[in-house]
Write a protein that binds this ligand. Structure first.
Ligand code: THG
Length: 264
């Protein structure tokens, strides 16, 4: 399951398009990611404090102005999510709920009993997780809370939270251990992550991001938030999914080969 990350107001070209009301630029960014094969288009207007709800809703309208491309609504703010949900067509993904009590209580009423896909981020009032065990504890709480509130296990995407390996040499291994354990212990649930945090503070970031994607898929991860316009990343992820047993009859791999997408 792939989520395209490019419509994020932390990117200057997107911030400019939002402020200029340039619907065509947003639509083009959405269409190119959909053409690259993503399942959801992430939309994030978090840098616009005070106007996030208004801008997130506008982003959804822009992304869906030609075709009802499904959005991954990327905000911790219930008001912004409610505004975006008010105009979204089809089944959205919510990015993300966590065990932080304010966020949990704000978002649960929007999510309970729906068939939305929900990213469950492994953060709690205790802060950021350090070890694999920290991540397992929060994942357990989140999964149980969501299921008790009428969210199907199959619609939950646990994000164990990638942290920079430059800050603590064990952060990569702790994340990978958590993915493997979550996928074994909670059969039927999904896992997902963003990649760029792993390489924060280091040179050669794209190399680290691509290899970490492969390692995460090898450990059972079945969702990624990524830049789908990076052809090497896409080739690596396609090959990794095939090698990890997630590509029946190697169909996706062979299609990518025939489309010239593996020659990168
Ligand atoms: N988990 C979940 N959601 C997430 C993240 C995650 N949403 C946001 C983020 N992480 C994923 N999205 C992006 C979007 C854009 C960029 C990175 C991640 C990006 N990065 C450039 C880079 O890395 O070189 C430059 C960033 C900049 O301009 O400063 O563009 O982990 N659930």
């Amino acid at each position: 399951m792939l989520v395209g990350e490019l419509i994020n107001a932390s990117r200057s070209s997107i911030a400019r398009a939002i402020e200029a009301g340039d619907r065509e630029a947003i639509l083009a960014a959405a269409q190119s990611q959909a053409d690259a094969g993503v399942d959801f288009i992430d939309v994030n207007a978090g840098v616009f404090v005070g106007r996030e709800a208004e801008y997130l809703r506008w982003l959804v309208e822009a992304v869906q102005s030609e075709a009802p491309l499904a959005c991954c609504l990327d905000s911790p703010d219930p008001d912004a999510l409610a505004a975006a949900l008010g105009v979204h067509r089809g089944t959205p993904m919510i990015n993300s709920i966590s065990m932080e009590s304010e966020r949990l209580n704000g978002l649960l009423p929007l999510i309970a009993g729906t068939d939305f896909k929900v990213i469950a981020l492994c953060m709690s009032d205790a802060g950021m997780p350090v070890s694999a065990d920290d991540r397992l504890t929060v994942a357990d709480d989140l999964i149980n809370t969501l299921v008790r509130n009428g969210v199907a296990l199959e619609n939950i995407y646990v994000d164990p939270l990638v942290q920079p390996v430059s800050l603590d040499g064990n952060f990569g291994a702790a994340f990978l251990d958590a993915v493997r354990e979550i996928m074994i212990r909670f059969e039927g649930v999904h896992t997902i992550c963003g990649l760029s945090n792993i390489s924060y503070g280091l040179p050669g970031r794209r190399l680290l991001n691509r290899l970490f994607a492969v390692m995460a898929v090898a450990n059972g991860l079945d969702g990624l938030i990524l830049d789908p316009l990076d052809p090497r990343m896409m080739a690596f992820v396609t090959a990794a999914a095939t090698l990890a047993g997630r590509d029946e009859f190697c169909e996706n791999y062979l299609n990518a080969f025939r489309g010239g997408k593996l020659d990168v």
